[in-house]
Structures are given as structure tokens and as C-alpha cells.
Write a protein that binds this ligand. Sequence first.
Ligand SMILES: *Cc1c(COP(=O)(O)O)cnc(C)c1O
Length: 389
Amino acid sequence: MGDAPAVGNGAVGLIGEAGVAVPLFDLVRGFDAVRSEALAAFDRLLGSGQFVLGPELEQFEDLFAEFCGAEHCVGVSDGTAALELGLVALGVEPDTEVITVPNTFVATVEAIESAGGRPRLIDVDPVHRCMDPAQLRTALGGDSGAVIPVHLFGRLAPMAEILAICMGAGAPVLEDASQAHGAMAAGRRAGTWGDAAAFSFYPTKNLGAAGDAGAVVCRSEETADAVRSLRHHGSLPGQPNCHVRCGGTARLDNLQAALLTLRLAHLDHENEQRRRAAEIYRDLLDELPLILPEADAPGETQVYHLFVVEVAERDAVLAALRGAGIGAAVHYPTPIHLQPAWRHLGYGHGDFPVAEYLAEHCLSLPCFPGITEEQQVRVADALAAALRR
Ligand SMILES: *Cc1c(COP(=O)(O)O)cnc(C)c1O
């Protein structure tokens, strides 16, 4: 499986790539609706010379907090920084144990270690594919410092149960909401459940910048102030020469913020388009021997960052799809505990059977705003042919 695509801007399967009939993402089309406004905003900014910590950033922060239904939003350089700074702001110190899941993008665990924490993994639930509350209840001991549930593929982790367990144990919760902008359960959006939430605006995400960007969303002013200070050399607002902690550079710049403000206005509609594409796949793939993502529970709104099915002999099916010009991919082929970088955590094969099962069987199909029904039929036909062999 040497040609497995990485997720990302350089991923195989982008629009316009030779031989790709249906790309995994369409990163160009998303900017069409905002292009002229974006160019005007860039022109204004280049004339103003105000590139860092300015009104465009504050405007985006206000709008994104409002979009989530949260009190505060602090723009940062990327989603990984949002996770790291969020953890530090919530009190994670050297050697604090931070619980998360093995089937996530590596950034979740990188951030725990960058913040000085010790990652501890627990398995996921086979149906919703997010953190299993039963395992959390067992794992959360007296010395557990924090918990990061990951809202994988645009679906909220079971937050009500997770929060009840964490509150009982006094452990703060940081949502990894990098794949779940606008996702909702019980009338509450991603970003309003935990003590804080980390968002990525990497170009492929549901809300994507033209480069790297991220944000921490939170309820308390204290947490927001801590992140503001951490992203800007540990200084305090209005006191540029007083450094109250060892911070760093992790700011969201005004060019990206201006672009994100323009794109945010389209996010609900684009998420609706993803949801519609998911419904079309459900109809098209209904009879095939594969497992579809579970449909919305009552009161739930998934935003399908990815549409992920489970199939037997996944690598052969993936190769057949790629051969047919379909930009399918795998998120993620190797769970964290089997990655060389985290051998020191001491886990091995068999430790997290659900995550390992998903890594072997999951297959991400093209599902982006603007995908046509014709393209989806093409994906379904190619998948049916691959499964018949
Ligand atoms: C994309 C992503 C991140 C990291 O975001 P960057 O902006 O690329 O640093 C973290 N966690 C998850 C689950 C992601 O999908």
C-alpha cells in the first residue's frame, strides 16, 4: 500500500490532477464564492501594513465564537498549536497525563507531548468511532490531568457522557474539533462542550484557510487570556514589554483571518451540501457489502468532514478505486500506538482492537461541497465493481 495518500494539501486526488475523475477534495472551488471580496480584502491589508494582531483577526474571532455559540475565540497559527496552547491554558504541566484515542491525526498526540503532557490512549467505539465513554470511566484515575475527545470525520464524540465522567474526576476537557466545524448534538455545536476546543483551518477542513490557521474556542475569559498570551510571547494585552510566561509565536495572521471571515459566511451552506452528498451515498451504496457511517441520532447534525465506509480487503478496493480515477483515501492507515514515533508509550498490536480494525477497513470517499451526483454515481459504480471482484 505504498501509494496511500496523506491527508493534506499535497494529497493525491486533488482536482485537476491528471487521471483524477473525482478528487478527494476540491480546494479551488471553495474560494470561488469569495474570490473578489478576498482580493479586495488583501489589497486593503497590503495597503495598511497591519499584518499581525489587527482588526481582521478580532473580527474573525468574534464571528467564529458566535458561529460556535461559544464565549471566546482566539485565533492561532494552526490546529496543532490550538491543541497545544489549549492544553497549557487548561493547566497541563510537565508529566500531566492526557487521555485521547489512537485513531486520530498524529497532531492530537504531538500537541500533548509539546505541552509537556504524557499521552495515554483508550480505544474508540466501533459504531461512532470516537472515544468510548466506558473505557474513559475505567481509565480516568485520580492523577489524570486532561481528556481530548476527537470529533472524528465531522461527528461529535459522545460529549454528554464524556463530560459527566470528566466532571466527576475533575479532569478538564479539550475537544479536538479540527474535523467538526458546525457539527451539533443536542442543539450544541462542537466547541461549546468542553472547557475549550481546538479547531484547525487547514485548507482541507470544513472551514479552510489558504494556508495554515487554527483557533481555540472556550467559555472562560481566563482560558482565552492564557491562549492570547501564549500565542504572543507570553505578553499581556496592552503591555508588549511585560512577559508573564514563556510563550512563543503562534498567531493567526490578518490575511488568513480576513479570508476565513469571508468563507465562514458560506460554512453552514457548505456543511449542508456535505450532508446532502452523504445522503446520496447512503442511497447509492445501500446494497453493497460495506458498513456505512451511522446516520444522525435525534438532535444530531454530522458535517461529514469525510465520508468513511468500512470494507473487507480495503487495500485492494482502494487500489481499484484509484485505478478508476477516484480520489479515495485512508484516514488513518496506522493508529497512533503503532506509529514509530510513539513506540515509547509502550503499546503494541492488539492493545486497541477497535482502532486497529478501523485502520484496516476504513475507506474515505470523495465528499465535498459541490461534488455532483454524477461524480458520486461514478464513485459508487467503481466501488461496486471493486467489491464484485
Ligand atoms: C487537521 C487536524 C489537526 C491538526 O491541524 P493542523 O492545522 O494541520 O495543525 C489536529 N487534529 C485533527 C483530528 C485533525 O484532523
